[in-house]
Ligand binder design. Structure first.
Ligand SMILES: [Mg+2]
Length: 388
């Protein structure tokens, strides 16, 4: 079997929503500048609000075709990766698509100026599409090819990205809604950082206090700083919210500031997670060697694809670290989670924007899953169905 073509397929569609899909945006690194702080635009949005009832969704997929008629497909990262997919096309045409390890290695060795960021998103999408192709060719779900079933169910947390976190009435309403839907864990995003001074700090603390008072002691609360804080601020914030017992505090500083992560981890009493914007085993090794985090969060569509995240997570077990994949809700994320030990990989992310659609939590909301429907979600647990 040989690769005959690599294509980018852009899909757009609409979904019904109840009001703004993104009520507000999360804290961002550029918020140190006032002009950005007041801007409500969120980095990386792949869609737009049409009106109060309709949200337009956009997504590009990488498709790999073969002379045997079988194709592999994977949703890509951000649009900047598309050019890099085209750059890699000539390298891959005519080669055996089942040789995933070889193909990853030559893509990486060829991309000497693109070992991170959008070039690595391109390698990730191609790698994941190759795994999809391999599963289809062999007639097995991908999780059966990378270790087989390691558990029958997986706990999932609800990511609350896009919710208004400045109106405590809304925070209470949404936290209750997600709890009632059956999620035993919820991740919320701070809106304020060091640039918002004492007033913003008080609002951040109020959000965490409100969440704990609303959901009670048995629900896990995770808090994402989206790489937009610094050592002194996080230490101050963490000391004020540790009484509310967050499960973890996430991405406390920009990804290259590993020393800041280490200093924060040394000083706070909340587990520190991070590195969703890090790439490849060599990038993650820097976090591991520095003992900078308790939990690593490689993104299966960014960090190098399934082939690379398997290596990263295996390496993490030798450092006694927990791996919780970013974008675990994707088909490749579910394959990875299902095949990994629940000890170092205890929970997966899910249902990021199921909140204001008024729809039940279903994979069908995702264009890729609508096409393939590999799984279904019942409350907080995901049952994996064979593709045969
Ligand atoms: Mg995050």
């Amino acid at each position: 079997m040989k690769i005959t073509n690599i294509r980018l397929r852009h899909l757009s569609g609409t979904m019904e929503v109840d009001g703004p899909f993104f009520e507000d945006r999360l804290l961002q690194p550029t918020d140190i500048y006032e002009e950005f702080r007041e801007n409500r635009r969120q980095i990386g949005n792949r869609g737009s609000q049409v009106d109060d009832k309709i949200f337009n969704v956009e997504q590009t997929f990488v498709q790999i075709d073969t002379d045997e008629g079988v194709s592999g497909i994977c949703a890509g990262g951000f649009a900047g990766m598309n050019w890099h997919v085209w750059q890699l096309k000539d390298l891959l045409i005519g080669r055996d698509p089942l040789a995933t390890e070889f193909l990853w290695d030559i893509m990486h060795r060829t991309s000497v100026h693109g070992r991170q960021g959008e070039p690595m998103m391109a390698i990730s999408a191609i790698d994941n599409a190759l795994w999809d192709l391999k599963g289809k060719w062999l007639g097995k779900p991908v999780y059966m090819l990378i270790g087989g079933p390691c558990r029958k169910t997986m706990p999932a947390y609800a990511s609350m990205l896009g919710h208004n976190v400045t109106d405590m009435g809304l925070v209470r309403e949404r936290a209750t809604m997600v709890k009632e839907r059956g999620f035993t864990a919820q991740k919320w995003f701070f809106r304020h950082g060091p640039m918002s001074g004492h007033e913003g700090l008080v609002k951040n603390i109020e959000m965490v206090k409100t969440l704990r008072e609303t959901v009670g002691p048995e629900i896990d609360i995770m808090l994402d700083c989206w790489q937009s804080m610094d050592v002194n601020y996080v230490v101050k914030l963490a000391s004020a919210i540790e009484e509310y017992q967050p499960r973890w505090i996430e991405e406390v500083a920009m990804p290259d500031r590993i020393d800041s992560y280490r200093k924060i981890r040394d000083k706070v009493n909340i587990p520190v997670s991070g590195a969703e914007h890090e790439y490849t085993r060599w990038g993650f090794k820097r976090f591991m060697d520095a003992e900078a985090v308790d939990i690593i969060q490689p993104d299966l569509n960014w960090a190098g694809g399934l082939s690379e995240v398997l290596k990263i997570s295996a390496m993490a077990t030798a450092y006694d670290l927990i791996t919780i994949a970013h974008q675990g809700v994707t088909p490749v994320g579910m394959a990875w989670s299902a095949s990994q030990s629940p000890d170092p990989h205890p929970i997966r992310r899910d249902a990021t924007q199921a909140r204001r659609t008024g729809l039940p939590l279903r994979q069908e909301q995702r264009p890729d899953a609508r096409q393939r429907q590999p799984n279904r979600l019942r409350r907080t647990w995901l049952w994996l169905r064979d593709r045969r």
